[in-house]
Design a protein around this ligand. Sequence first.
Ligand SMILES: Cc1cc2nc3c(=O)[nH]c(=O)nc-3n(C[C@H](O)[C@H](O)[C@H](O)COP(=O)(O)OP(=O)(O)OC[C@H]3O[C@@H](n4cnc5c(N)ncnc54)[C@H](O)[C@@H]3O)c2cc1C
Length: 392
Amino acid sequence: MQDALKNTGNIVIVGGGPVGAVLALLLAKQGIACTVLEARKQGAAFTESRALALSFGSRRILERLGIWPQLSPRATAINTIHVSQKGSIGRSVLHAHDYQQEALGYVLSYGALSEALDTALAEQPEVNFIFEASAETITHNTTQASVTYSHQNQSHTLDSTLLVLADGGRSLDEIAGLTRETKEYGHDALITKVRAELPHNNIAYERFTTNGPMALLPNGERDFSLVWTGRKDLIEPLLTLSDDAFLAQFHAQFGDRVGRFLSVEKRMCFPLRLSQLKTSNTQHLVVIGNAAQTMHPVAGQGFNVGLRDAGALAKQIAITPVLELGSSEMLATYQTSRKTDTRNGLLFTDFLVNIFSNDILGMPALRSTGLGLFDLLKPVKKHLVSKMSFGK
Ligand SMILES: Cc1cc2nc3c(=O)[nH]c(=O)nc-3n(C[C@H](O)[C@H](O)[C@H](O)COP(=O)(O)OP(=O)(O)OC[C@H]3O[C@@H](n4cnc5c(N)ncnc54)[C@H](O)[C@@H]3O)c2cc1C
């Protein structure tokens, strides 16, 4: 770490969601100061119950930050992943103990993670976290990037040698040098929580149907988080069904592995897209997390890729001399270090969606055989577990 970097206060992170907050904490742990601009009110995200699929590698990052002990009682371990396809007998099962891992991953609510991160950040004097600060415009030139934001009905501008955009892709698309490539699937994801007759035994289920994949993740003592994806015209009507009718339809698609489904919580739906932000000539500006890439949730990759963005950027900042922060060379080195992981995450999820959601003649039988064979191929499974756990 460069001593000269300590407390420069010149790094600005736009967006204090999980990825921006993790970056701020990683920097603080190395004595590097930053300012975080976050649009929401303090504590507003704590009640968000939607589930995040955390890889084993992401747990390691949270351990390094010292917040895993608070999170661990609120996280549900995934010890087994069961992959199947509706209408075929092929299936594949991955067990954590076969890979000498304590767990294959964890399910954690967005709210629990936000609370732990915000609490830890409040104890860091190096981090100037400004809530209810909404970034409105970002500009950049060869010497700095600037952000204009509104806070308490006033407009402010901050100049920075390194401005990190971590807004989840929610707000600021009109920035010179940034272009978004998007692939619309025409599919929606329905998310909710369901309770089943049988306990989950820490098993996560990935089930592929010709309409699209669904994931049932153990969450809490008795419940599952459900992500049910498919064509918009098939998913949208599921929102307005009565609870009983919804559970009956879900049971018909999912099968009997956990018995009958007893109850369902509030249902929410959002459109699925694969998108990646391309940057050219954006000195002093870097984009990470969901703002940089959005993936289909089928393989639980997106959030974990975002955390690895934060990890890699924190490392790069720590080894860069202060006068070179935000330079083309520094940003090119960072982008190169993230290229393979990001591309693989995007390709892997796209591949899964396409191969399992396609009903061309003969494909279901081939997929079924594929899953059966895959179950026998230990090195392939090992590679998959390593990829899902650590992005390797
Ligand atoms: C509806 C939905 C459901 C999802 N379900 C799953 C799932 O089941 N499993 C899974 O693993 N992943 C899921 N994801 C993806 C997961 O939420 C993201 O991967 C993760 O949140 C990425 O974190 P992030 O910090 O990059 O972005 P975000 O979590 O989006 O955080 C961005 C932050 O930036 C702030 N912000 C935005 N604009 C501004 C601005 N102009 N100025 C200041 N601050 C700003 C926001 O308030 C927010 O706090 C889902 C995403 C969505 C949208």
